[in-house]
Design a protein around this ligand. Structure first.
Ligand code: FPP
Length: 240
């Protein structure tokens, strides 16, 4: 039996699009366009590697504070990518999920998101979750709000609240915690991504800017992960 840690769920902060463009004297939005190409290749590589869950941080709750012009191009790119990619992803057996606070998104984008989720709902090769308008603190807060409402309405007893119950109210309900977290672009931060879910995730940071992050770089992250020992708070002797 292999003693390599299982790799089922990979979560990625795709950072560095802006710097990639700046280095080439291009507008930041050119970096985002190139970032989408990198995203397509990484999704394909994850399918090939039989990864079961891939979660991508596409737009954080804090990204709403970026210049309006950049937000507008990003939103157009999301709609464009959804329109052009959804059928291919569906054929590959990818199930699409969108995680985040939706009311701030345009009706058009919300409609595409909903249609993509409905079309791919029963697929099971890879669950691809796109975090958009997502923040880890928001996620925990919305879970607590739902729990409090249930307690007040007497659908739930306060003494029944435990970690499993809270986990099931997060927007990632039904998705196991990430095994491997990757952040590209050189920064070593979690930036309000999956705060609860990353508690025992292995962290990997790459200096490569997202548009240059390719399947070979992904393989390096996987190699690095495979030699880790995951102890989940136990001591080595308890792991056998
Ligand atoms: C980070 O680069 C990237 C983003 C803000 C998100 C945009 C991601 C993409 C366009 C990739 C495609 C994703 C999907 C799901 C279609 P940055 O602008 O923060 O870069 P910087 O740190 O160099 O400024």
């Amino acid at each position: 039996m292999s003693n390599k840690p299982a790799l089922e769920h990979v979560a990625i902060i795709m950072d560095g699009n802006g710097r990639w463009a700046k280095k080439r004297n291009l507008p930041r939005t050119a970096g985002h366009r190139q970032g989408i190409k990198a995203t397509q290749a990484i999704i394909e590589a994850c399918v090939q590697h039989e990864i079961k869950y891939l979660t991508l941080f596409a737009f954080s709750s804090e990204n709403w504070n970026r210049p309006k012009s950049e937000i507008s191009v990003l939103m157009d790119l999301f709609v464009e990518s959804l329109q052009s990619e959804v059928d291919t992803l569906n054929e590959k057996g990818v199930c699409l999920r969108f995680l985040g606070h939706r009311p701030a998104f345009s009706n058009g984008l919300c409609k595409h998101v909903q249609q993509a989720e409905e079309l791919t709902r029963t697929n099971s090769e890879l669950v691809l979750s796109i975090a958009m308008g997502y923040g880890g603190r928001w996620d925990i807060l919305q879970a607590v709000e739902h729990i409090v409402a249930d307690v007040l309405d007497k659908r739930l007893a306060a003494e029944d609240i435990d970690e499993v119950l809270l986990e099931n109210r997060l927007v990632t309900a039904g998705i196991p915690a990430p095994d491997l977290f990757i952040r590209t672009g050189g920064e070593k931060r979690i930036s309000n991504f999956l705060l609860w879910q990353l508690a025992y995730t292995e962290l990997y940071f790459s200096d490569v800017l997202w548009p240059d992050f390719n399947p070979q770089e992904l393989e390096k992250a996987f190699e690095n992960y495979r030699v880790r020992q995951r102890r989940f708070g136990l001591i080595q002797e308890q792991l056998v």
